[in-house]
Design a protein around this ligand. Structure first.
Ligand code: FAD
Ligand code: NAG
Ligand code: NAG
Ligand code: NAG
Ligand code: NAG
Ligand code: NAG
Length: 531
């Protein structure tokens, strides 16, 4: 046990004996007082780490997915609280409020802008509340429901669901190491979305620690707060400890294929046609595209057999030229391995590997496309994709169930009228400003070039593809400025942003849960109709 923690335990014991509440021991700074408070509240010291602890860096880096936020000039947490019980998370919030230490929840650590473990404000004192230990997944296959801890990864959820039933699934994202905590907080889409909607659309209850440190469920938090936490983005409303999921039906056998078409195999023509075709396909079929270098890779999941899939492709997209030999008939759980690791024969246990891919630098941006982008634009795009510093484009088609859910049913507003989500994604391994600047300007440059062809007023994006270029918060009278936050907020949430801010004003009026893109409390003067 590091020396400071030993002293803290002693101090906490004394405090607890003397008063029953943890008064600030004289001579302790805010961080130490916070730690004393936690220990006094029953958090075992071994779950607390400070920069002085030998394992601090290892723990901090354990789920960092973007090395851009691992630099000396970025503010690190004053402590990591590796909670193992709800009471620890409640204590983190209560002690944090009392002693001026903010709390950033971290589930899978995949935030594109590192917001679960780093702060851009050099003056901010915050602790990471690490939820990796909250990863139980309990499946009730008879009711087609499951409870999943926020620290579970998508891979762990998929694995547990498939272990309980061959005909149940959960509709969420593709990367198995993504955490359920952040993913469901921001929406969550993947290969089943055209049939079943977002992950957040299939959440039916949740356990949340609110800004007063209370443990709430759907009934006790109320429908407004329950609405906000299913898509309003992580961090703003409290810490979700677990989610109750509605599982969905899949056939025992599904079909996948991947076909690659290069520039000289009409890739531009195929992408151009794809834009109108893919969003209109039957909802039990998804055909997504990744475009990089000199080719487009078309990847499909069909909830049925190959023969029927080929019929659909012949009717809707004969130009793609998919044949029987492209098909693989597998189980749904194998399809999750297929999309994550490009092979259906790899072991399912890969889904349980939390360590994930080699650490890398990442920058991404996103758009929604509402009218097909003209072919000449795609032809021009190859000159971007062929550059040495190029990243890739990922096109995820909506339509189906995504288009039939009301844009105000959850905070996620990108429903009817959106053909597809267009993601600009770059990753690299070299450290240094030269590589950083080249990669960043590639992503930003192509994004700028696409502006005439994507959604407008506002130009929208997906909150789970966090992009701080869209704007960051500023304070006004010690709370996050609503006027300023609208700049980025309406891009992610459109008309739902004001309602999110109204819920925030109700649930966390003092703005304890705050980060660079957290929802601001709606100023009282503005009011909001139904709340
Ligand atoms: C490689 C990769 C692939 C991806 N693929 C997809 C995809 O297919 N589909 C898709 O929709 N998205 C995808 N994403 C985006 C992903 O959904 C988001 O990054 C998501 O927010 C990550 O959740 P997390 O728990 O891993 O992240 P974290 O970094 O832990 O959290 C993200 C944000 O939520 C907050 N938060 C975390 N846990 C909680 C909690 N329990 N309660 C309240 N707030 C919390 C954090 O403070 C932070 O602000 C991908 C991201 C990566 C890096
Ligand atoms: C708080 O005090 C401890 C010593 O008790 C010290 O290690 C730590 O750096 C201080 N933190 C801050 C933020 O001043
Ligand atoms: C990259 O280099 C910077 C500056 O030398 C350093 O602070 C940072 O820790 C390095 N990052 C990694 C991941 O090695
Ligand atoms: C929610 O919490 C309340 C109070 O603790 C409890 O009575 C109720 O049964 C819970 N609801 C559900 C669905 O678990
Ligand atoms: C098409 O281009 C690829 C490289 O982009 C090349 O390998 C292939 O031989 C070309 N095919 C034809 C038919 O020209
Ligand atoms: C803002 O909050 C900080 C700490 O939370 C406090 O020290 C400061 O006095 C507050 N300022 C105002 C104007 O309320």
């Amino acid at each position: 046990m590091p020396g400071i923690l030993y002293q803290l335990v002693v101090a906490a014991a004394i405090c607890a004996l003397s008063s029953g509440s943890i008064a600030v021991a004289s001579g302790l700074n805010a961080t130490d007082s916070f730690l004393v408070c936690l220990v006094g509240a029953g958090v075992p010291p071994r779950l607390l780490q400070t920069p002085a602890s030998p394992s601090y860096s290892t723990t901090l880096l354990s789920s960092v997915r973007n090395l851009r936020y691992v630099t000396s000039d970025i503010q690190r947490p004053v402590a990591i609280v590796a909670a193992t019980e709800p009471a620890h998370a409640q204590a983190a919030v209560r002690c944090g409020r009392r002693h001026g230490v903010r709390v950033r929840a971290r589930s899978g650590g995949h935030d594109y802008e590192g917001l679960s473990y780093a702060s851009l404000d050099p003056g901010e004192r915050f602790a990471v509340l690490d939820l990796a230990a909250f990863r139980d997944v309990r499946v009730d296959s008879a009711r087609a429901e499951a409870w999943a801890g926020s620290g579970a990864t998508l891979g762990e959820v998929y694995y547990a669901v498939a272990a309980a039933s061959r005909v149940l699934a959960f509709p969420a994202g593709i990367c198995p190491t993504v955490g359920v905590g952040g993913h469901l907080s921001g929406g969550g889409f993947g290969t089943l979305m055209r049939r079943y909607g977002l992950a957040a659309d299939n959440v039916i209850d949740a356990v949340l620690v609110d800004a007063d440190g209370r443990l709430l469920n759907r009934t006790t938090m109320g429908e407004d707060l329950f609405w906000a936490i299913r898509g309003g983005g992580g961090e703003s409303f409290g810490v979700v400890l677990s989610w109750k999921l509605r599982l969905v039906r899949v056939p025992e056998t599904v079909t996948v294929f991947t076909v690659r078409r290069s520039i000289n195999q009409s890739a531009s023509h195929l992408i151009t046609k794809w834009q109108a075709i893919a969003p209109a396909l039957p909802s039990d079929l998804i055909l997504r595209v990744a475009v990089r270098s000199q080719h487009a890779r078309f990847e499909a999941l069909f909830l049925g057999r190959c023969s029927r899939l080929l019929e659909h492709m012949r009717v809707h997209f004969p130009d793609l030229g998919v044949t029987q030999s492209d098909c693989e008939e597998i189980s749904w759980i194998q399809s999750t391995v297929y999309f994550a690791f490009y092979s259906s024969s790899k072991p399912l246990e890969l889904l349980l590997d939390r360590s994930g891919e080699t650490p890398r630098y990442v920058k991404a941006k996103s758009d929604y496309v509402q009218e097909p982008i003209p072919r000449h634009v795609w032809e021009r795009t190859w000159s971007w994709l062929e550059k040495p510093e190029a990243g890739l484009l990922i096109l995820d088609p909506y339509g189906g169930r995504m288009g039939s859910i009301s844009p105000s049913a959850t905070p996620f507003p990108h429903r009817k009228g959106n053909l597809y989500n267009l993601q600009y994604y770059s990753y690299w391994f070299e450290n240094g400003t030269a590589a950083l600047e080249k990669r960043m300007s590639w992503v930003r440059g192509l994004y700028e070039e696409m502006e005439p062809y994507v959604s407008k007023n506002p130009r929208t994006g997906y909150v789970n593809y966090r992009d701080l270029d869209l704007g960051t918060n500023e304070l006004e009278d010690n709370v996050t400025s609503y006027a300023r936050a609208r700049i980025w907020g309406e891009k992610y949430f459109k008309g739902n942003f004001e309602r999110l801010a109204a819920v925030k004003a109700m649930a966390d009026p003092n703005d304890f849960f705050r980060n660079e893109q957290s929802i601001p409390p709606l100023p009282a003067a503005k009011g909001w109709g139904s709340i």
